[in-house]
Design a protein around this ligand. Structure first.
Ligand SMILES: [Zn+2]
Ligand SMILES: [Zn+2]
Length: 102
């Protein structure tokens, strides 16, 4: 048995990843004291690239809902084949870029 501290992403379930805290309801939408999920940096970036904070707060405020989303399903199929150490540049989808503009 390894004594190495094993980190597991709550979304893609890959082990040994760098975890970051994701506010399931974004802080901007009042989620400051609401549950968070520990996600690898790749999943975390992916979520914020696909969805606006408003969409996250309204429709995707649990890990299960995120997991069941069609776009995330497609992403998960892809990411499970990627090495844990890989760093990705993830582009925000146009609709997120547009909506976040003030
Ligand atoms: Zn992940
Ligand atoms: Zn987040």
């Amino acid at each position: 048995m390894s004594t190495e501290f094993l980190t597991i992403c709550e979304l893609c379930k890959r082990k040994g990843v760098n975890l970051t805290e994701h506010h399931l309801t974004p802080r901007e939408a009042g989620g400051k004291n609401l549950p968070t999920a520990l996600l690898c940096t790749t999943c975390h970036k992916q979520i914020h690239a696909l969805f606006t904070n408003k969409e996250l707060a309204l429709n995707l405020n649990t890990v299960q809902k995120l997991h069941d989303d069609e776009k995330i399903q497609r992403y998960l199929k892809w990411v499970e084949k990627q090495p844990v150490s890989a760093e990705f540049t993830i582009k925000k989808s146009r609709h997120v870029r547009k909506k976040n503009k003030r």
